[in-house]
Design a protein around this ligand. Structure first.
Ligand code: BES
Ligand code: MN
Ligand code: MN
Length: 456
């Protein structure tokens, strides 16, 4: 495809300026102060699609809008549904950013901004490859539907309803998502498994108001102590979750899969340096990759109680709360996990403390088939974009909609990640490598052709 490849070479500056424009919009889905920015990001996409003569709808939901676009129909050709998200995580802690999170800044071939890799940069690779096809050939060789939502980072609450109500409109042969990572520098990957998640907040109440810890301490149960006791009872020193029944449905790793993980060029010392720890931690009997990709875990995300200001204050706080989650693996059911957790927390809750458990988003873990004509096409496309064939990996993060696509549309997802493990997603100084951005656009552009070659 000489025209197409030349177009991609010649329009790199244009692609980067599109990315910068979108990154400048602070579309933080968790923060209601950013509602107007969320809307601006959705509008930016709608304008982009309409400018390319795609049909495009901005769909209102009870939360943030969904953008749905379609390329001109090609009879008899396969249909691909591209999913991505235009919302981003909150940027804090702000003082740890070397350049402001919504002023995209280039350093060492990387573009730094919140959302650079998760998911604006990765999602845009597909939008821009569609643009390249439209501007060179005037049409695509297959049917592409693009579904870009604004609530992924807050659990995709309104997306499932939309998919359920629009099964025909979203009908497709395969889903493509770029919202994961390569395995390592120069080692592109196709991800065939993701962990699920079950997310909670535990709220504890003790005395009717904060008390003097000298006058009352020792006679009244301290909610902050109760919270630490209860949360720490959920995991042992070896990283095993201590909720009866938690491991009942866990899909075991096969020897084959363990061997495949072990054969990947994973550097344990480099991993420790990357995250800045002297030792790794985790469930006994499993390697670091197994622990991250294929074993369930427990993590605490935030603790709130008592005095947080400067200096010391001898207070016995009236309440304490903690946010925490389990990452789940295939076959574990988030609803069953919630029921088992509730039972265990009731047992653990000490006298003199009232508890309330808030249940946030839940999503099951997924694995997709490794062998399919779609996988083969994706592998060839990645080879075109990145100069070498991908390895097959699993990842520890969650994309809740992948199981929804399987359950409601009956289709599998190709997880084609252009990011890197050290892109600082959800952290200060998020970045996306610009060479990876352009490689991703090229891989995507070739993917449409590779899939077209494989007519039904
Ligand atoms: N892009 C990530 C998912 C991801 C992260 C996949 C790392 C593979 C590796 C996505 O935007 C995300 O952050 N998902 C949340 C889901 C949650 C909000 C329901 C996650 O994994 O915490
Ligand atoms: Mn993402
Ligand atoms: Mn994310």
């Amino acid at each position: 495809m000489p025209d197409l490849d030349a177009y991609l070479d010649q329009h790199q500056d244009q692609f980067e300026s599109d990315l910068r424009e979108l990154l400048r919009i602070p579309s933080v889905s968790a923060d209601s102060n950013h509602r107007a920015d969320i809307r601006r990001a959705a509008d930016w996409l709608v304008a982009k699609f309409r400018g390319l003569k795609l049909t495009c709808d901005l769909v209102e939901t009870a939360g943030h809008p969904i953008v749905l676009a379609e390329t001109p129909h090609v009879d008899g050709a396969p249909t691909v549904l591209v999913y991505g998200h235009y919302d981003v995580q909150p940027p804090d802690p702000l003082d740890e950013w070397l350049s402001p999170p919504f002023e995209p800044t280039e350093r060492d071939g990387n573009l730094y901004a919140r959302g650079a890799t998760d998911d604006k940069g990765q999602m845009l690779t597909h939008v821009l490859s569609v643009e390249a096809w439209m501007r060179t050939a005037g049409a695509l060789p297959i049917n592409v539907k693009l579904l870009i939502e604004g609530e992924e980072e807050v659990g995709s609450e309104n997306l499932d309803k939309f998919i359920d109500a629009n099964r025909e409109r979203l009908g497709c042969d395969v889903v493509v998502i770029s919202d994961t990572s390569q395995f390592a520098d120069g080692v592109p990957a196709i991800t065939y498994g993701l962990r699920g998640i079950a997310y909670y907040e535990l709220r504890l109440r003790g005395p009717k108001q904060d008390l003097h810890s000298g006058t009352f301490g020792g006679a009244v149960k301290n909610p902050a102590v109760a919270l630490s006791e209860m949360l720490s009872a959920l995991i042992d020193a070896d990283g095993r979750v201590q909720v009866p029944g938690f491991y009942d449905d866990v899909a075991a790793l096969s020897d084959d899969e363990r061997q495949q993980f072990a054969a990947l060029p994973f550097d344990e010392a480099a991993f420790r340096r990357q995250v800045g720890v002297k030792a790794t931690f985790g469930e006994a009997g499993f390697t670091t990759l197994e622990r991250r990709w294929a074993r369930p875990t427990f993590d605490v995300h935030g603790l709130t109680s008592g005095y947080q200001g400067e200096g010391a204050k001898t207070v016995l706080p009236a309440k304490a709360s903690g946010k925490f989650s389990f990452r789940l693996v295939p076959n574990q059911d988030p609803k069953k996990i919630t029921a088992a957790l509730k039972t265990r927390l009731k047992e653990l809750c000490p006298q003199g403390i009232e508890m309330e458990l808030l249940d946030f988003h839940g999503a099951p873990g997924v694995v997709v088939p490794l062998v399919s004509p779609f996988m083969a096409a994706a592998s060839r496309a990645i080879e075109r974009g990145f100069g070498r064939a991908p390895v097959y990996i699993r990842e520890g993060g969650s994309i809740p909609v992948v199981s929804t696509f399987r359950d409601l549309l009956g289709v599998d997802t190709l997880l084609l990640g252009w990011g890197r493990d050290d892109d600082n997603t959800h952290s200060p100084n998020e970045k996306f490598n610009l060479a990876d951005f352009h490689r991703g656009i090229r891989a995507s552009a070739h993917l449409w052709q590779e899939l077209a070659n494989h007519r039904k």
